[in-house]
Design a protein around this ligand. Structure first.
Ligand code: GUN
Length: 296
């Protein structure tokens, strides 16, 4: 079997285009444009790149964005005060506090300060709590996990009753993906560093989501023939044959996995582009929620 490649780049481009059209329509009707504030604390180089890319993507679809930068030694009070200021700003509909935060800060308390209707990352404890509860719906779903679900849908994966295995239990990806899969009526197993017989558990999966940050850890013989494989990992490995001396790989050994899976996401060009596309979609949604509240 040679797997169908799930083209996240293309699917993300379609989502961005839809957001762009919706924003243009708002402008033509004289409605306010959506606004996103990113909050970056400290100098983490990867976070800087992510935040810059998010702002660039906003500009491309006509979403207003501002980038707030605070020093790495900013206090808890300073960060919370900034978030509260953005809560009050009517031109800002979405607030994204880039993670990870410096270790001295209380992440949960900062995320809980974000106004629920502006929580475009879906990390507010109430939004995550609603995601975890039966019959409840969060206002926003975290962007990477939401992107994974779009890719599964576009790949035609049948989730109801399927065995889904999620490798990784992070707050940003693994846990919310698992919760979304439960909502989609899959039977979900979450694996982590203490899981026994990781390969054996993965081999039961009709749907396998890898989000462990270990380069090419998932091998061909970990995959059930015909499984749908979503690779969230983005790992840089040394490669003397590449002009840069390094290249990006996922958590899945892509070439060999593609021989047994029915569908698989590449790295790069799979899940990665979906995160920003879903952020833009969530920001538009936040603006629409604000419209409803101002009509009241
Ligand atoms: N760090 C890595 N991914 C994310 C994300 O989706 N949102 C935020 N806020 N921080 C991140």
């Amino acid at each position: 079997m040679t797997a169908t490649i799930i083209d996240g780049k293309q699917i993300a481009a379609e989502t961005r285009e839809k957001v762009k059209e919706a924003v243009a329509l708002r402008v033509s009707k004289g409605l306010p444009v959506p606004g996103l504030a990113t909050v970056l604390v400290g100098e983490n180089p990867a976070s800087k790149v992510y935040v810059r890319n998010k702002q660039k993507a906003c500009a491309e679809v006509g979403i207003h964005s501002i980038g707030v930068e605070l020093p790495g030694d900013a206090t808890q009070e300073q960060v919370e005060a900034k978030v509260r200021e953005l809560n009050e700003d009517p031109t800002i509909n979405g607030i994204l506090v880039q993670l990870p935060l410096p270790a001295h800060l209380d992440e949960e308390k900062i995320l809980a300060t974000i106004q629920l209707g502006k929580d475009v990352d879906g990390f507010h404890p109430i939004n995550i709590g609603r995601l975890a509860q039966k019959g409840r719906t969060p206002l926003f779903v975290p962007c990477t996990p939401a992107g994974v679900m779009v890719l599964l849908e576009r790949a035609g994966a049948k989730l109801a009753g399927a065995n889904a295995v999620v490798l990784g239990r992070s707050n940003i990806v693994g846990m919310p993906v698992a919760l979304l899969l439960v909502k989609a009526n899959a039977t979900v197993t979450i694996c982590h560093s203490r899981t026994r017989d990781l390969a054996g558990v993965c081999r039961q999966a009709d749907v396998l989501v890898a989000a462990i940050g270990q380069p090419e850890m998932v091998k061909k013989d970990w995959i059930k023939p015909g499984a749908v494989v979503i690779d969230v990992g983005i790992n840089r490995i040394e490669d003397p044959t590449s002009p840069k001396g390094s290249r990006l790989v996922g958590d899945v050994a892509y070439e060999e996995a593609a021989e047994v899976a029915s569908a698989i996401t590449p790295v790069p060009g799979g899940v990665g582009p979906m995160t920003i596309a879903l952020l833009l979609q969530n920001t538009l949604h936040a603006r629409e929620l604000a419209d409803l509240n101002t009509q009241k």
